[in-house]
Design a protein around this ligand. Structure first.
Ligand SMILES: CC(=O)SCCNC(=O)CCNC(=O)[C@H](O)C(C)(C)COP(=O)(O)OP(=O)(O)OC[C@H]1O[C@@H](n2cnc3c(N)ncnc32)[C@H](O)[C@@H]1OP(=O)(O)O
Ligand SMILES: O=CC(=O)O
Length: 534
């Protein structure tokens, strides 16, 4: 690590703190830094306003109002005339998308995976550790310039496949809620979203344009079409600032919050010139369902995390509506993440592949145009399954799914979810949550635990479920009522089972307990965790 800050051309009003990795000047260019300043001054106030609006909506739900399709935007939904832009170059065929963080080795492995798209993640599979934020941008730029290679400590060499075999890169910046504490402007903390967007857009994004593709993004955790409008304004501003034509930037929006499921059409509409469709972000969606209805009693209590599958009524309804909405508007519908990853154990490996096959087949049958896998080992399987449905066609946007008629009541039908609330489920939530948080605090945003990919979204489910069960004082299958004492006892017992001494688990345990047991629900566990990060 070398501090290069004194060598950077830092615009007036900007302050950068924290050490920088070698090569940082390649991405912290004057144009990129000026864009960050510009975007911050123009849009940060609105971003903070949108975050306040989230709190107001949450308070309305807590007071008994239900989410519903918006009356004020009915005209947009009822207007059959509008469509989103046709797919941009490199985004026509998205039958398999591999996701993963932008660490150097994983960048090369993801790009060599044979997927059609790589979701280069600066969000849930990553941590906002300052070094990772900047190094990830360097890796993206270096890979486009074919200046990336890696040698493992064991001497294994990693090199990029030829250009025409590489997937299209789609970057997922941090969500609107995350700050970037190492860059301040006019004395104010900046937005992680705007920093990630601007650094990529101004550097690697411009190389993408030269190569005939573009700066493409996945937009995470949005809660309303007004948040999508804000992104659209950011895109227009950036395109104008760089003299680019409208629609050069493209964005696929993750529908992964409960309120956003009621505004899918409006979100497509707001971004229509920049839209590259929607994705069914299932894990964050479950987290958001718990978050929004956490205090609304037994109708909104979810059973064990493992019981909340894609076939339960409220999850089925949301994915049906997503496929229908996208295809009605000429947009791609992209499926979500099956969390099963390959295993060295033969039986577990077969079970993982069977589960992923089943999941991807169901999505292809619903009309999705492609889907996500968490691991390069699953790329061929997903490609094969979607090809069974798509054949040579790049997508199935022509499958309009006019048979789908999902109502607000269907989306809200949480009470029909079969399953039970068990002590084993509580223990898993505690153990997995703490193990994940330790990895996160040490700078690793995604890990495999018990054969499942765990990232920030799945950890949010675990800690939210503990909070909800405790708040509701539910009785477990064991006959025990969930109380603060019980959770604390289970935390101690589960930590004792983990390898190493308890001291090594202290930060993660404290963070978990602070969000799982606190009387006031914390909106994102990554916020207190980020506060613990240097
Ligand atoms: C809810 C959501 O938001 S989902 C999207 C966000 N989440 C993600 O993107 C998770 C992505 N997946 C991962 O990070 C990883 O697959 C993990 C952490 C779950 C498992 O990783 P590992 O424990 O390294 O798995 P494993 O040992 O089987 O990996 C085998 C090889 O594949 C590589 N690999 C595994 N997953 C990925 C990936 N997603 N991208 C690139 N390379 C990968 C590993 O680096 C390793 O490479 P090597 O053999 O050259 O050393
Ligand atoms: O971001 C994806 C999800 O499933 O959550």
């Amino acid at each position: 690590m070398t501090a290069h800050i004194e060598n950077l051309d830092i615009p007036a009003g900007m302050e950068i703190t924290g050490e920088l990795p070698d090569g940082a000047e390649k991405v912290l260019t004057p144009k990129a830094l000026e864009l960050i300043v510009d975007l911050h001054r123009k849009f940060n106030g609105e971003r903070l306003g949108r975050l306040e609006a989230r709190k107001e909506r949450q308070a309305e739900i807590a007071a008994g109002k239900d989410l519903d399709f918006l009356a004020e935007t009915a005209e947009i939904r009822n207007d059959p005339s509008w469509q989103v832009a046709p797919p941009a170059p490199g985004l026509e065929d998205r039958r398999v998308e591999v996701t993963g963080p932008t660490y150097k080795k994983m960048t090369i492995n993801a790009l060599n995976s044979g997927a059609k798209v790589w979701l280069a993640d600066q969000e849930d599979a990553n941590t906002p550790q300052w070094d990772s934020v900047i190094q990830g941008q360097i890796n993206l730029l270096d890979s486009l310039n074919r200046e990336i290679d890696f040698t493992s400590p064991e001497g294994k060499e990693y090199k990029l496949a030829p250009d025409d075999e590489l997937p299209t890169i789609v970057v997922r910046p941090r969500g609107w809620h995350m700050p970037e504490k190492h860059i301040r402007i006019d004395g104010e903390e900046t937005s992680g979203s705007l920093v990630d967007f601007a650094l990529y857009f101004a550097t690697a994004g411009q190389v993408q344009i030269e190569k005939g593709r573009g700066p493409y993004f996945y937009l995470a955790k949005m809660e309303s079409h007004l948040e999508a409008r804000l992104w659209n304004q950011v895109f227009e501003h950036a395109e104008d600032a760089f003299g680019l034509s409208r629609g050069t930037i493209r964005a696929t929006v993750l529908i992964e919050t409960y309120p956003a499921a009621f505004e899918m059409e409006e979100i497509l509409y707001e971004l229509r010139e920049h839209s590259a469709g929607l994705n069914a972000g299932r894990w964050d969606y479950i987290f958001s369902v718990i978050k929004y209805y956490r205090s609304r009693g037994s109708e909104f209590l979810l059973p064990d995390r493992s019981d909340v599958t894609m076939t339960v009524p409220f999850m089925n309804a949301y994915t049906e509506l997503l496929a229908r909405t996208c295809h009605k508007r000429g947009a791609h519908a992209i499926g979500g993440m099956s969390a099963f990853v390959p295993s060295k154990d033969e039986a577990a490996n077969k079970a993982a592949f069977d589960k992923v096959r089943e999941d991807k087949s169901r999505e292809a049958g619903k009309g999705f145009d492609g889907s996500w896998v968490a691991h390069p080992g699953m790329v061929s399987l997903c490609k094969e399954v979607f090809t069974e449905t798509l054949g040579d066609k790049p997508n199935q946007i022509d499958n309009k799914r006019e048979d789908v008629n999902v109502t607000a009541a269907d989306l809200l039908d949480v009470k029909s979810t079969p399953g039970s609330m068990t002590e084993a489920g509580l223990r898993t939530n505690v153990s997995v949550g703490i193990q994940y948080l330790r990895a996160w605090l040490e700078g690793n945003g995604a890990v495999a635990i018990n054969g499942l990919m765990e990232d920030a979204a799945t950890a949010e489910i675990s800690r939210s479920q503990v909070w909800q069960w405790l708040d509701a004082g539910i009785t477990l299958d064991s006959g025990e009522k969930v109380t603060k004492d019980l959770v604390e006892r289970i935390v101690a017992e589960e930590v004792a089972k983990l390898p190493g001494d308890d001291a090594g688990w202290k930060d993660a345990t404290d963070t978990f307990v602070s969000v799982a047991i606190a009387p006031d629900y914390v909106d994102f566990l990554t916020l207190p965790a980020y506060a613990r990060m240097p």
